[in-house]
Design a protein around this ligand. Structure first.
Ligand SMILES: Cc1cc2nc3c(=O)[nH]c(=O)nc-3n(C[C@H](O)[C@H](O)[C@H](O)COP(=O)(O)OP(=O)(O)OC[C@H]3O[C@@H](n4cnc5c(N)ncnc54)[C@H](O)[C@@H]3O)c2cc1C
Length: 402
């Protein structure tokens, strides 16, 4: 099946994966109609800088824009912003919007991403960080604060750590409240979490582990008492929650697509013959026979490329190697592959405590790489994941260099 000039591709979700789908369609020579529907009012923008340069005050919001008016023009795009989709009919390839408009396509791409997960005791006064709207709201509050004011950051994962770093750069005093013994242990495993464990302290950020939060009380000035289950409190000028994300799939409930922690797709990103899903919302097949949903910038880009290539040429793409980075506490963490937290891990190419490469392995086969401030060594080692490589062979060949 090749996309032809009379085809109409309807893309739902105007984030990175939706925008990359537009770019890939035109790059591969698709001449037909493209409609991009997004529930946010902002045209497609990049999220990673929101918790880094933008929150730290180093970049204006405009630096995050992906879809400039010129690019939208060149892409000959029909853009429907500020209105969400509420239903997909897979048999008829129609998308119904919240305002009851119905868009009829010949192909549909689902790119509705994920939203910030909320604490059981969520309140409207909490700040979260997923969208431009969120960052505008948070910055407006931070602008009211003074140097040294305490901001509670709930969750010491990637977003929490980046938020704390940015708050510190603004002269504020973040206090990171982590539920587990160590941040990131559920993602990177307890060994790597230990290796990274002293990064907050090294940078002068207070991290409190094993925090059992029970609620929050706000006063009229917007200040907050964070409540713990042992009766203690932490007084803060703001509370930012960074406790994970969940896929935006509710609008697909009656679509007939298989939903399981995301839209279940095959290795060409297809959930149905003319319906694909890409990016954070897609649950795609992994080499161990399971399906995974991976919230990485590069994965969203790779998914869009794979789906469009398949529709334009019938070709399947090679299995993607997920890549992720995080800038936190003045250091750069990078991960290649999709290691399981239970995988074994050894440290190589170590020059000091903050420059090393970690090799994950499962059943003695390399399953992932994690680097702290070793970007070149990481990329030189990517080949270890392109074909099954035993740990012994990896250690013998040492592609990361001396
Ligand atoms: C603050 C932050 C920092 C990050 N930093 C990094 C990083 O350093 N490295 C990294 O690899 N990744 C990072 N990520 C993750 C990365 O940004 C995501 O993987 C990427 O944005 C996924 O793109 P997406 O298009 O699939 O989803 P999204 O970016 O979530 O876009 C989905 C869009 O669809 C819209 N939508 C949802 N439902 C509907 C509906 N029913 N109708 C219409 N529109 C709808 C949403 O509002 C949104 O605009 C970060 C994410 C955040 C939030």
């Amino acid at each position: 099946m090749t996309l032809l000039a009379h085809d109409h591709v309807v893309i739902v979700g105007a984030g990175l994966a939706g925008w990359r789908s537009v770019e890939e369609l035109r790059r591969h020579g698709f001449e037909g109609r493209i409609t991009l529907v997004g529930d946010e009012v902002d045209p497609p923008y990049d999220r990673p800088p929101l918790s880094k340069q933008v929150l730290a005050g180093a970049w204006p919001l405009t630096h995050t824009l992906l879809a400039t008016p010129e690019k939208i023009d060149v892409a000959r795009l029909e853009l429907r912003l500020g209105v969400g989709a509420r239903h997909l009919d897979v048999a008829n390839l129609t998308v119904t919007l919240e305002n009851d408009d119905v868009i009829e396509g010949t192909h549909v791409i689902i790119a509705t991403g994920a939203r910030a997960r909320r604490l059981p005791w969520h309140q409207d006064s909490f700040f979260e960080l997923r969208s431009l709207r969120d960052v505008r709201r948070l910055i407006a509050r931070l602008d009211e604060l003074s140097a040294g004011d305490v901001v509670a950051v709930v969750g010491g994962g990637f977003i929490g750590a980046e938020v704390a770093t940015a708050l510190q750069r603004r002269g504020l005093r973040p206090v990171v409240l982590e539920a587990d013994d160590l941040p990131l242990s559920r993602v990177l495993g307890s060994t790597v979490a230990q290796w990274l464990g002293d990064l907050p302290e090294r940078s002068g950020v207070e991290l409190r582990a094993r925090q059992r939060l029970a609620g929050a009380h706000y006063d009229d000035a917007g200040d907050v008492d964070v409540l713990f289950d042992d009766g203690t409190t932490l007084r803060a000028r703001a509370l930012v929650a960074g406790v994970g994300a969940q896929a935006n799939v509710e609008w697909l409930a009656d679509s007939g697509l298989r939903l399981d922690n995301g839209v279940v797709v095959d290795s060409n990103q297809l959930g149905a013959p003319r319906v694909g899903a890409v990016g954070d919302v897609a649950s795609f097949p992994w080499s161990d026979g399971t399906h995974v949903r991976i919230e990485h910038w590069q994965v969203a880009t790779d998914h869009a490329g794979a789906l469009v290539r398949h529709w334009m040429s019938g070709e399947s793409s090679p299995r993607l190697i997920p890549y992720f980075w995080s800038d936190q506490y003045g250091q750069k963490i990078q991960v290649l592959g999709h290691p399981h937290p239970d995988d074994d891990v050894v440290r190589v190419k170590e020059t000091d405590d903050v420059h090393w490469l970690g090799l994950y392995s499962r059943a003695d086969v390399v399953s992932g790489l994690v680097a702290l401030n070793q970007p070149r060594a990481l990329m030189l080692s990517k080949g270890l994941l392109e074909h099954p490589t035993t740990l012994d062979d990896a250690l013998a060949s040492a592609p990361w260099g001396s």
